[in-house]
Design a protein around this ligand. Structure first.
Ligand code: DP6
Length: 419
């Protein structure tokens, strides 16, 4: 190892996307290893709009493992973070940095402490799968820093032990988490079904729905469902296996009608098993239900699906439009029904890829007020001002990358502490 008195710091920064499941993971058969009761499939979201950036650093001057999330120190706790750190450390290889004159051997990694700083480019509290991107980024960044010689699927089995859905964030495009059969979880890994270029017509609009209610966490929610619902076992054994095959085919063939009907049905069944839990769990609220009605009504009026919707463990709607034209028509409908509160500005009401606003014909706030009601709406032209906090326009995106631009690092290169 390099001279310890020199107090060197070696660090690396990575960026990892979040993902949204279109065939949901809900229910574990092993709580510690995080092994699911069914396969799941997700779409990776463009990291330009939703991602986690993580800097990991190692130095002989660090006296313990420490982590900062969005600038605030958090406890690495007993459980999941520690499982990921242990698994990654056990796979570390020799690292030589000739420029800095540092050599860390495989054995030495076990005794060196780490500093980790993580930042989400979207509100952590908005319920947008921040744990998926966060844990995947932690594992990916540490694997690169420690020269772990494993592929993304093998790394996904480590990220899985941090948060189940995180294993799918190691890939861009479309990913499948294979539940596996082994008791040690060695075959419970994610694989890529197709990269982000495979189906680049798709446009994703997320409605971040205002909510005052504190939701049941996914972890405890799925535990209660497995313990009390009969429906979940029917879903895992009879329904999901067929849907997985059909969804893989829909993605392979870019068959939007099949993709949309499977994604909507699976989201609705996931919320049905939540309702079948005792006591019942309600993740969607009135706004979520209104968005479903709006999309269903429009899809039916068109004769073929234009938009798929899916909801995770919260009220936010993730809508996947078949192409840009459908996305613009969708956003027009959404802005008509859910206009922004009068004190907000357009720039913060529609974020992400704002170019879609041009297709909608909205340049300023006043243009939203003059949008015509959708033709299929009939009498339902009521406006629900303020029920959506904001919209994020995005698309399927790429997998994790190492950021070589040192100015993006979240830790100081001299001290290894947050900048
Ligand atoms: C509804 O991955 O957050 O988003 O494994 O306990 O950390 P833990 O749960 P988590 O659950 C995600 C559930 C979901 C569906 C999905 O992403 O597949």
């Amino acid at each position: 190892m390099a001279d310890e008195t020199k107090k060197w710091v070696l660090m690396l920064t990575a960026q990892t996307p979040t993902n949204i499941a279109v065939i949901k993971y809900w229910g574990k058969r092993d709580e510690t290893l995080i092994l699911p009761i069914n396969d799941s499939i997700s779409v990776t979201l463009d990291p330009a709009h939703l991602c986690t950036t993580t800097t990991v650093a190692v130095s002989p001057s660090f006296d313990q493992d420490r982590m900062w999330l969005n600038g605030k120190e958090i406890s690495l706790g007993g459980g999941r973070y520690q499982s990921c750190l242990r698994e990654i450390r056990s796979r570390a290889s020799d690292v030589i940095d000739e420029k800095k004159g540092i050599k860390i051997t495989k054995e030495e990694w076990k005794n060196l402490h780490l500093h980790i700083a993580s930042y989400n480019n979207f509100p952590t509290a908005a319920g947008l799968a921040s744990s998926a991107a966060g844990l995947a980024c932690l594992v990916f960044a540490l694997a690169k820093l420690m020269n772990v010689q494993e592929d993304e699927s093998q790394l996904s089995a480590i990220a899985r032990q941090g948060s189940g859905s995180a294993c799918r964030s190691l890939f861009g495009g479309f990913a499948k988490w294979i539940m596996g059969k082994n008791n040690d979880g060695s075959d419970s890994v994610a694989v890529q079904l197709a990269d982000e270029k495979h189906w680049d017509d798709l446009v994703i609009i997320i409605a971040v729905v205002s909510s005052r209610q504190k939701e049941t966490s996914s972890t405890s929610g799925m535990r209660e469902t497995v313990d009390t619902s009969k429906l979940i076992h029917h879903r895992a054994k009879e329904v999901v296996p067929k849907r997985i095959i059909e969804m893989e085919e829909a993605i392979r063939e870019r068959d939007f009608s099949a993709f949309a009907s499977l994604a909507c049905a699976d989201s609705n069944q996931f919320h049905a098993v939540c309702l079948d839990t005792s006591p019942p769990i309600f993740y969607m609220n009135d706004t979520s239900h209104r968005i479903i009605s709006c999309v269903e009504k429009w899809n039916r009026a068109e004769g073929t699906p234009q938009v798929a919707y899916t909801f995770d463990a919260g009220p936010n709607a993730v809508m996947i439009a078949r192409d840009r034209n459908a996305a613009a028509l969708l956003l027009k409908r959404l802005l008509f029904s859910f206009p922004p509160p009068s004190d907000s500005d357009l720039g913060s009401y529609v974020i992400g890829d704002k170019t879609i606003l041009e297709d909608v014909g909205v340049k300023e706030m006043k243009d939203i007020e003059t949008l015509p009601p959708p033709s299929e709406a009939n009498t339902q032209t009521h406006k629900f001002r303020g029920d959506v906090s904001y919209f994020i326009c995005t698309r399927p995106g790429r997998g994790p990358i190492v950021l070589t631009d040192e100015t993006r690092a979240l830790l100081d290169p001299e001290t290894g502490f947050p900048k």
